[in-house]
Design a protein around this ligand. Structure first.
Ligand code: XMP
Length: 337
């Protein structure tokens, strides 16, 4: 796989020319968008295009570009694996179906994923199940469509560089042409992440989507360590929503690189309204990095921590303790699994 991928991305079309100007302004983004629309129309003609739309920045920008270029020739599939953050799938529907008028197939596969994951505690096994099932659901939906010649993908330049170096199989590529039998359409493949965000803003995508922090493919599944249960997953989702809301209110959105909550699978004793409780802790993690290889911890103001503790305990069922993770990477990784 890694070799075929490296080979595929080795041709000159996939090398960013040194003369290519960094897209830093709306004007440069508008120029890029106009050029891409023309190129996409040339490549696609009157063919049909399919795109897996996760709600992440890269696939969202590709979707918005394709809608501008070929409109209803594009079909987007959004698979909700039940491990999305609060409100995320709804935002995909609101933006792409309601506002931009895209053909969107929304699949709520929550039960399928959570049933398969029940009782599975090994992190690698969990990742395999989530990744494998995702492709299965996508393929099932794709098979219902006829005559689709093109597959849109949110590949960005760092993905290509990493594929070439053989560092890792990048997350955006669902499959290579020999497997998927479709021609790839990758309009942002020569852009860096910051440029994709500028293009997304110029396309009119909401700031929340454009500034979205990195979110792992297996979603909240890796933030619910051990065997996932629906109640603990809900505690992760609710506490994450509170954390994101407070970061946005306090001007930290887009400033701190990544922040999230984790609810581990153990309980401790507490007191609520004079009664003994036996509930989970909620761990807050907020980190900064440039390369994800080394990571430092964001130190929050005491008042914000106090406020977060109060809100999470009061609003999230099943939580009676809030902890803050002060561990950099290394020795810890960003995620818990
Ligand atoms: P770690 O935990 O390896 O995380 O220090 C580094 C960055 O990668 C993200 N991450 C993932 N992204 N699929 C993804 O798409 C994954 O399985 C995955 N695991 C970790 C993590 O959120 C962090 O930004």
């Amino acid at each position: 796989m890694a070799d075929a991928r490296s080979e595929y991305y080795a041709n000159s079309e996939n090398i960013r020319p040194e003369s290519m100007e960094r897209i830093t302004t709306k004007e440069l983004a508008d120029k890029f968008i106009a050029e891409q629309i023309e190129m996409l129309r040339k490549q696609i003609g009157d063919g049909k295009v399919l795109l897996a739309l996760s709600g992440g920045v890269d696939s969202s920008v590709v979707a918005a570009l394709l809608i501008k270029a070929v409109g209803k020739q594009l079909t987007c599939i959004h698979v909700n694996h039940g491990l999305m953050r609060k409100g995320e799938s709804q935002m995909v529907i609101d933006v792409f179906e309601k506002q931009l008028g895209a053909n969107l197939i929304y699949v709520d596969a929550t039960d399928r994923f959570l049933d398969l994951l029940a009782g599975v505690s090994d992190p690698e096994q969990k990742r395999k199940i989530i990744g494998g099932e995702f492709i299965k659901v996508f393929d099932e939906e794709a098979a219902k469509l006829k005559d689709v010649k093109f597959l849109g993908q949110g590949t960005i330049y760092p993905d290509i560089l990493e594929s070439k170096d053989g560092i890792k199989a990048h997350h955006n590529v669902g499959g290579l042409p020999e497997e998927v039998k479709m021609e790839l359409v990758e309009p942002v493949k020569l852009l860096f992440k910051d440029e994709v965000r500028v293009v997304g803003a110029a396309l009119g995508l909401p700031a929340e989507m454009v500034n979205r922090q990195p979110f792992p493919g297996p979603g909240l599944g890796v933030r619910c360590p051990g065997a996932i249960t629906r109640d603990r997953l809900e505690a992760v989702r609710e506490s994450d929503a509170i954390l994101r809301e407070e970061f946005a209110k306090n001007g930290l959105e887009g400033k701190v690189w990544q922040y999230f909550t984790v609810v581990p699978d153990f309980k401790s004793t507490g007191i609520k309204n004079g009664k003994r409780t036996f509930d989970w802790p909620c761990i807050i993690r907020a980190i900064n990095t440039t390369d994800v290889v080394e990571v430092t911890v964001e130190h929050l103001p005491d008042e914000l921590i106090d406020h977060l503790v109060k809100r999470i305990i009061a609003e999230v069922p099943g939580i009676n303790r809030v902890l803050y993770d002060y561990t950099p990477k290394p020795p810890a990784t960003v995620e818990y699994e």
